[in-house]
Design a protein around this ligand. Structure first.
Ligand SMILES: [Ca+2]
Length: 380
């Protein structure tokens, strides 16, 4: 099922088309030449994390939570990493890219103590992306229950997506990758390769775009995604934006809009790992990315900077980069990218998550068997 792109979305992208056509004439490369900036430092706060994936700040406390892909949810209390992980976390399939993923407090956590977790859940034939919640206090997660289990079960152990986000209206967005089976991204009869939008109990909102369509999974909000690994709420528009992994080249930033087909694998700026083209770069009915990276940086956790500690970065998109090991900043004028800067390359560390803390500082997680929690020191 391939839906047309709404006219409103097309008009938003039209100013970009000219610039993209120019780049399409040469060998594919990023539309913006990145600037390598040396002027930022990071301070190590915590070491000894086993492939940390996501960082959350428990509202109203000095406790931070860090998921480890292998399945533990670790506690950092008053800046100290506790030995004992949180109890009551669901059993995960820690295999390949699978494991424990995102951890996000409910918007009304202070009242309901609900902590949401995404993870690779065992299914008949492999694993799939799942999200649930439990009641969290003092290192214990109780009454954990799933609210969404993706119809995307396979034994590939790849492309789970797994980022989750609440928007300002309390809807829960969940990314699901194509599971390494690209045809899933264009098939709205399953959840693979899509962004999900559900209520906080997992029920489907009546205004979701595929409600009433025969054979469609009505929890789907947008589709044609490959493997979205970063998800963040735009501070002014309130819309979710994501980053996603392309194949060889063609990583993207997209604004996530209802009923839009983002094109994978029909359109992509990437190639097969062994060289040949996969699809064309653009085609009517498929949304162009706002920004893309060729070669791939392998973006991960993503945040909009709103803190006044980094005045030159305010409103910009930060993404961790795994493959090209840096902190990536893309500046935007509305939805048009105006510049890209790469920080901390000299550290050579895979960056899995980026978050802005309640104190306005930016924090990073490095992806390694001895992974770290870092604080980004504001540029001098
Ligand atoms: Ca795309």
């Amino acid at each position: 099922m391939i839906g047309p792109t709404p006219a409103s979305v097309l008009s938003r992208y039209l100013p970009l088309v000219g610039a993209l056509l120019v780049s399409a004439c040469a060998d594919a490369k990023s539309p913006i030449e990145p600037d390598d900036a040396p002027s930022v430092n990071a301070t190590t706060l915590v070491e000894g994390l086993n492939h940390p994936w996501s960082l959350a700040f428990v509202p109203g406390t000095d406790e931070w939570l860090i998921s480890e892909r292998s399945g533990d949810l670790r506690r950092v209390v008053d800046g100290e990493l506790r030995d004992a992980p949180v109890t009551g976390v669901p059993e995960v399939v820690a295999k390949g890219q699978g494991g424990l993923f995102d951890v996000v407090p409910h918007p009304h956590f202070a009242d309901n103590r609900r902590l949401y977790i995404s993870y690779a859940k065992a299914c008949d034939g492999g694993a799939t992306t799942a999200v649930g919640h439990g009641l969290y206090a003092d290192g214990e997660l109780k009454q954990f229950q799933d609210v969404f289990i993706a119809d995307a079960c396979t034994d590939t152990a790849k492309h789970f997506g797994g980022r989750i986000l609440f928007d300002n209206d309390g809807y829960l967005f969940i990314t699901v990758g194509d599971r390494g089976q690209r045809e899933r991204a264009q098939d709205t009869g399953g959840h693979g390769g899509s962004v999900i939008r559900v209520n906080d109990d997992g029920s489907v909102p009546a205004d979701n775009p595929l409600v009433g369509q025969d054979g469609a999974k009505t929890a789907i909000w947008s589709w044609g995604h490959r493997n979205p690994q970063g998800l963040a709420l735009h501070p002014e528009t309130g819309e979710p934006w994501l980053n996603e992994h392309g194949p060889r080249g063609g990583d993207e930033i997209n604004v996530v809009e209802a009923g839009v087909n983002y094109g994978w694998p029909v359109i992509t700026y990437g190639n097969e790992y062994y060289g040949p083209d996969i699809g064309q770069e653009k085609k009517e009915g498929y949304a162009q990315p706002l920004h893309y990276w060729v070669p791939s940086i392998a973006p991960s956790g993503m945040v909009f900077v709103t803190s006044d500690r980094y005045p030159d970065w305010r409103g910009d998109v930060l993404s961790g980069a795994l493959k090209l090991t840096h902190l990536n900043r893309v500046a935007f004028d509305g939805t048009t990218p105006t510049g890209e800067t790469r920080y901390l390359k000299e550290r050579g560390e895979r960056i899995r998550d980026v978050r802005q803390g309640p104190d306005g500082h930016l924090y990073l997680l490095t992806d390694a068997p001895d992974g770290k929690l870092l604080r980004v020191e504001p540029p001098s």
